[in-house]
Design a protein around this ligand. Sequence first.
Ligand code: FES
Length: 117
Amino acid sequence: MTNNAHAPATPLCHLDQLPDPGSKGLMHEGQALFAVRQGQQVFVYENRCPHRGIPLEWTPDSFLDHSGRLIQCATHGALFLPETGECVAGPCSGQFLRQLPCRINGGQVWLIEANTD
Ligand code: FES
């Protein structure tokens, strides 16, 4: 999540569509993403494990481990920090999920558009 309140952005989903704490798979312009919510913080990632380049979840919208505090890949169990996407355990330890910048405004999660300069 970022505080860049003035960058161009597109709506992704309503905040109340995301369980708290929890996760949800999303499609945006043909790209598979997922969002992780922790209170009023939301983090959005490409749904692609850096280990094998495949989606992380086996069950729809289930991207977290049993504690609800870490992102988990269902295939080989890699664990990632929700805040940064860094893999902290598993076969791709030290690699990162690709995070997409977002912000919350008006009860909506917005994806901040990439700088096209
Ligand atoms: S594919 Fe994700 S940990 Fe192996």
